[in-house]
Structure formats: C-alpha cells, structure tokens
Design a protein around this ligand. Structure first.
Ligand code: GLN
Length: 484
C-alpha cells in the first residue's frame, strides 16, 4: 500500500479496496519498524490516528467522503496541534502541548485526513540540513549518512521513505523545496498569503508559508486544495477563492514560455550533476512544446544577504515571546526576573537560534536600523522588480532547486555561511512572495536532485500543471530509496 500515491490511495479507499484503519495501521507499522534509522518523527500519535481513521471509514461508508478523507499524513512540528506536543524542534517547547489546532491542521482534519504524528525539523525552522533539531538529526533514506535537507527534513524523509503518503512543511527561505530536492520528492511553496499562518509558530512572518510535500504534483494539488484559503484569523491571508488545482493538471503545455535564470546556472558551486539533471528536465519541457529562453534576475545575488538581515530581524522579534513566563522552558530557581529571562532563554534555545536572535537584534537596534534592515527591505523590492520584469517575458522562471545533492551529516554544520548558501536559488522567491515548486529531476551519483519552477503570484495551478505534465512522461519522481 505504501507504494501508492495519495491519489491512488484515495481511489482505493473510494473503491473499498482497503479501509482507512488498515491504511493507517500499515503506515504506523512502517514508522515503528523503519523510523529508528531515520528519526523523521518527533511524536507519533497512534491512538488519535486510529480514532480519526475509524471516523473516516464511517464517513466513507455514509458516502460523505472527499478526496482526502481517510488518507494518513504527518505535520511538521511547527504547526500547533491540539492536545499534542508541538516542539518546533526545540528544547524551549519540549513540554508544550498546544491548546488549539493551526488552521492548516484543522482544515485537513475537517477534510477527513488522519494525522500520524509530528515530523522532525530544524529548531524553529532555522537550517538547511535538519541538524539543528533538539531531537537529533534526520537521516536521508537515500543514504543514511547524509542529510535530508531542511528545515522540513522530517517531512521530506517521511514521504521519501514512504512512511506516510503526504506531509505538510513550511518554507521561509527554501525549507519545503530544498529538502524536497535532496530527498527526491515534490514540494510546493505557495504564494505568500495563500495558506493561513494561524497556529504555525512564527519564524519570519513576512516570509513564512505552509505547503504540501508529496511524491507527485497530482498529490500536491490535492493536498494544497485542502490547506489553502482565506482565514480571517491571519491578517495576511489572501481573500481570494482557491483554484481547482486538480482540474487543470493535464492541460498541454505547448507554447509555454520558460525562463532559465542565467545567473543561477553560472553560479560558482553549482554541482555538475545537478546542472545536467536541470538540462534533462528542460529537454522534456521542450519536447512537449515549451520554449526555453534565458532570463536575468540581476539582483538575485543579493537575496541571501538580504534574507539574512530580514529573517533574523523578524525572528528576534517573534522569538521574544519565549521567555519562560509567557511561553517556553523556565529555568530552575531563578534569582530574579532578569536571571529568569537569561537562563530560560540560554537553556531553551540552541546555537543557531541564538545566532539569529543576536544578528536580528543588532540589525534592528536604533543606530543600525537604516544601515541594515531598511537597506535589506530596499533590496527586497529590487528582487521583486526583477521577477516582475521576468514575468513580462515568460510564464515560468526555472532553475535547479539546490546547488548540490544531499551532503554528509556534519559536512556544513560548523560553517553557517556554507549552510546559508544551500538556499541560494530558493530565497529570492520568498522575498518576492511568489509560488514555487520543486520536483524530482534525474539522480546524480545515485542521489536525488530537484528542478525548481517559479510562477507569478497565485499561479499554483500552472506550476502544478507543468509539473504534472513532466511527471506524466518521465519516471524521475518514481525513483525510490532502496530498503524503504
Ligand atoms: N535555510 C533557511 C534558514 O535557515 C530557510 C529556512 C526556512 O525556509 N524555514 O533560514
């Protein structure tokens, strides 16, 4: 059963080939027997899952099921889940049991999905390798000595190893797309505002966005339809109807204009195998009648530096609520209030989170605000302008998702700048608030690579359509890691 896609499982449930309880048990058994090698789950919610599966079976029997009813999924542990620990990968929230569900979680539950548990992640979603988690690193099922990417590394690994048919992730600078690329799955970051951020623990509020992580574009279309939509509890949520993502999946793509980002292909550090895999996907697009041209994003090289001012600035503000009083770990026997704050925060947060808080606090301080934060916001505008101009010429902008394949555990852990460069192709998209998808491209040296497609605002349907057309004709997304 675990070889089937979400769409196939949905059809199987509808046809009565198996029940949701059987499906749920099957995946829970796989988690129990295989996740010891991977560490992709922080919490497994077996009893709740079986209860949800029973309710889903009743709904199916009553003829009241939708396409997601009875399908197991896992949520990144950044989403608040009622009565279930929500740790955000941090010791700070190790004991936090959320009193409510995030909107994305409640929407998918209402659609009848079955939550199997919460997936491992970089602490507070800061990282590109899933090594900053308090709960230990996640391992890549393609090679367990390598990282799965991050920060949604647990979700990527769980889907790649078929421990779950689909998972949620979040993407602030690349955290859905980069682990999708390194783990060989499909991951979509929607337009900023498409999915509600309510109940999603905030990292950098002007960049954070939830999205689906699945094996195929068709599955991503199904899951996104269940997650997206206006939410009055998130003031940045977009008040516009959700497209029927599945309806347009098969539309032919001849005449589509695709712009390959010249600066990204010339990037020093782009792995030769990844470049070759990108070419193979471009050939497939051309074979189906798309026209590929080169485009320029002249300010894209400024995206990583701008992001590493904006994201830490917003994180330093968002994470101030974890003070041992309002939220989070509290130290033992504080001498006074200052001591309580200091020790609670120094014990609760890990090194990368502290580094970001320090950078962000500095960048926002009175004497430096104009020099750093304001400047970064101006650069952000220039990057958005680059994309605006590109979309006057082409329908889609494409590039590799990440500069290289999955790297060995520990290889970049002591070099934050090398780690930050993992997101060199993904970050500009968040700064501009655009939607983008990563789909599996051919393997390089036996390891997955990702192909990124970026659309104009709210063009998720087009991204899913093009991705599906590629997946209809190729089998790159069907490659699976051995032993899982
Ligand atoms: N790797 C980037 C960072 O560490 C992006 C993380 C994310 O998208 N959540 O900030």
């Amino acid at each position: 059963m675990h070889d089937k896609t979400l769409a196939q499982l949905s059809a199987g449930l509808a046809a009565g080939e198996f029940s949701s309880v059987e499906l749920t048990r099957h995946f829970l058994d796989r988690i129990a027997s295989l996740d010891g090698k991977l560490n992709s789950f922080i919490t497994v919610t077996e009893a709740q899952a079986l209860a949800q599966a029973e309710a889903a079976d009743a709904r199916i029997a009553a003829g009241e099921a939708g396409p997601l009813t009875g399908i197991p999924l896992a949520h990144k542990d950044i989403f608040c889940t009622r009565d279930v620990r929500t740790s955000c990968g941090s010791f700070m929230l190790d004991n936090f049991v959320s009193p409510y569900d995030a909107t994305v979680v409640s929407r998918l539950a209402q659609a009848g999905m079955v939550m199997l548990g919460k997936t491992n992640m970089d602490e507070f979603a800061m990282g590109s390798s899933n090594e900053t988690s308090y709960y230990g690193p996640v391992r890549n099922p393609w090679d367990t000595e390598r990282v799965p990417g991050g920060s949604s590394g647990g979700s990527a690994t769980a889907v790649a190893a078929r421990l779950v048919p689909a998972a949620t992730g979040t993407d602030t600078g690349g955290s859905i797309r980069q682990p999708a690329a390194l783990s060989g799955i499909t991951g979509l970051k929607p337009t900023y505002g498409r999915c509600s951020r309510w109940g999603m623990i905030a990292f950098a509020s002007s960049l954070d966005q939830a999205g689906p992580m699945t094996r195929t574009a068709e599955d991503a279309a199904l899951l996104l339809a269940g997650m997206a939509g206006f939410d009055e509890r998130d003031s940045t949520s977009a008040e516009r109807p959700v497209d029927d993502y599945r309806a347009g999946l098969d539309r032919p793509i001849d005449g589509l204009k695709v712009g390959l980002v010249r600066e990204f292909m010339q990037q020093e550090g782009l792995d030769a195998g990844v470049a070759k895999a990108t070419e193979a996907v471009l050939e497939e697009l051309k074979r189906q009648g798309a026209e590929v041209v080169e485009i320029s994003l002249p300010n894209a090289h400024l995206s990583v530096p701008a992001y590493y001012v904006v994201a830490p600035a917003e994180c330093s503000s968002n994470l101030s609520r974890f003070d041992g009083v309002r939220f989070g770990h509290r130290c033992e026997d504080p001498k006074d209030l200052q001591d309580l704050y200091e020790r609670s925060r120094s014990e609760g947060f890990g090194a990368e989170v502290k580094r970001r808080i320090l950078i962000g606090t500095y960048a926002l301080s009175a004497g430096y605000y104009d020099a750093y934060y304001l400047k970064a916001q101006q650069v952000r505008q220039l990057i958005a302008e680059d994309f605006r101009r590109a979309f006057e010429q082409v329908d889609l902008v494409v590039s590799p998702t990440a500069p290289d394949v999955a790297f060995p555990l520990g290889a970049k852990a002591d070099d934050p700048v090398a780690m930050y460069l993992q997101d060199i192709y993904t970050i500009a998209v968040n700064l501009a608030g655009l939607p983008a998808i990563s789909i599996p491209a051919p393997l390089a040296d036996g390891l997955p690579t990702g192909f990124q497609m970026i659309g104009n605002h709210f063009e998720e349907a087009r991204l899913l359509n093009v991705a599906h057309r590629i997946q209809r004709e190729t089998d790159w997304h069907q490659q699976a890691p051995e032993g899982f």
